[in-house]
Design a protein around this ligand. Structure first.
Ligand SMILES: *[C@@H]1O[C@H](CO)[C@@H](O)[C@H](O)[C@H]1NC(C)=O
Ligand SMILES: *[C@@H]1O[C@H](CO)[C@@H](O)[C@H](O)[C@H]1NC(C)=O
Ligand SMILES: *[C@@H]1O[C@H](CO)[C@@H](O)[C@H](O)[C@H]1NC(C)=O
Length: 342
């Protein structure tokens, strides 16, 4: 399921040296139609997101002006100096019987304690001589593309859990599309961000051009292109969708499965992740510098402040855009915003 130290070592074998990474839980902060990156200020945003991190999350978060670390009073993440916001589309079950929707609940990843939310990784795959440059205040980026109809399995993928799963994230046993079979232990959605930066821009018009993958996508190598020479931590999200509760043989099969993302995508190719940096001071840089020493790994990085799972679960934000996005298991007649399934 999650790749343990052994798996990490195996995956890292192709890079200069094996070293640690951060892997930690962030509980749900809020679920709503807000998107300060793509549609700043717009209330409601076009589709539902599930959001984690600092509670200063807002409809508008201007780069360079809005400082999440200064404005937040709590974070839903393990590391209490991490006030970044991380968000993805929500997943809905569309009943093949009556066409109503139920938002699919999220559960904690292996070994972690959390209330919904995601697992966040900061990985050193593109580090050269063990060095990476942490993000600067105001930095933000997007991985994936909600409008794409193309399979991009190496960066955006789904794993059918309880069904002969693979090894490393987005490996050949995973699929770019949502699995068309019943996944008794859930579906793990993985979003892998680029690991190289142009060294200048905190953002770009498409929220992507200022960063690049070191290769054709997916997990990086210590070979950043000359256009984007700066190795940054490779961010990855894992979202665990509790699909085990939707068991009915009639709902799955060739080109058939009952789930749809909040932006209307039932293939899953368009799943995407948004990242808005908000670590306090130079805490993330300190952690990245400490990875090779062994004193900093996963959810137990000794140079960072760690809060209890209970405290991270307590950090919630009420919806700014108040509406029923399928709260508490409610059945809703349409996707929030009247988004069409396609
Ligand atoms: C969110 O933005 C609104 C409008 O600009 C502002 O009134 C509010 O204080 C902000 N909330 C936080 C937590 O910054
Ligand atoms: C719609 O179908 C689902 C199962 O597919 C069921 O659980 C739900 O209760 C149904 N809702 C209505 C309003 O019939
Ligand atoms: C975290 O690290 C400390 C010191 O390196 C160690 O004593 C402790 O057992 C670790 N805890 C976990 C849960 O791994």
């Amino acid at each position: 399921m999650f790749w343990n130290t052994l798996a990490v070592g195996a995956v890292l074998a192709h890079s200069a040296s094996a070293q640690n990474m951060l892997r930690f839980a962030c509980s749900q902060l809020t679920v709503e139609r807000a998107d300060p990156l793509v549609t700043p200020g717009l209330a409601p945003a076009p589709h539902t997101h599930q959001i984690i991190g600092g509670n200063s999350f807002n409809l508008t978060m201007e780069p360079g002006k809005f400082d999440p670390a200064a404005k937040s009073t709590c974070t839903s993440c393990t590391y209490s100096e991490d006030f970044s916001n991380y968000w993805t589309a929500s997943l809905y079950f569309k009943s093949p019987e009556n066409g109503t929707f139920q938002r699919v609940p999220q559960f904690a990843n292996v070994g972690l304690q959390q209330d919904g939310g995601m697992t966040v990784y900061y990985m050193p795959y593109s580090a050269k001589n063990n060095k990476m440059t942490a993000f600067k205040p105001g930095f933000r980026m997007i991985a994936g593309d909600p409008s794409t109809k193309k399979n991009n399995r190496v960066s955006i993928c789904h794993r059918c859990l309880g069904n002969g799963e693979g090894f490393a994230p987005c490996d050949s046993k995973d699929t770019g599309e949502l699995p068309n079979k019943y996944c008794p232990k859930g579906i793990r959605a993985t979003i892998i961000f680029p690991s190289c930066w142009d060294g200048v821009n905190l953002d770009s018009p498409d929220h992507k051009s200022h960063v690049a993958y070191s290769n054709s996508g997916g997990l990086g190598t210590p070979a950043c292109p000359s256009t984007h020479p700066v190795a940054i931590p490779q961010v990855m999200y894992e979202v665990m969708w509790d699909t085990g509760r939707y068991k009915n043989d009639a709902w799955y099969g060739a080109n058939k499965q009952p789930f749809v993302y909040s932006f209307g995508d039932k293939t899953g190719f368009g799943q995407h992740g948004d990242y808005l940096f908000g670590w306090k001071d130079d805490s993330l840089q300190k952690a990245m510098d400490a990875l090779p020493s062994g004193k900093c790994a996963n959810a137990n990085c000794s140079v960072l402040k760690i809060q209890s799972a209970a405290d991270s679960m307590k950090c919630k934000k009420s919806q700014m855009v108040k509406e029923d996005v399928g709260n508490s298991g409610a059945w809703i007649k349409e996707l929030p915003g009247g988004v069409m399934v396609q």
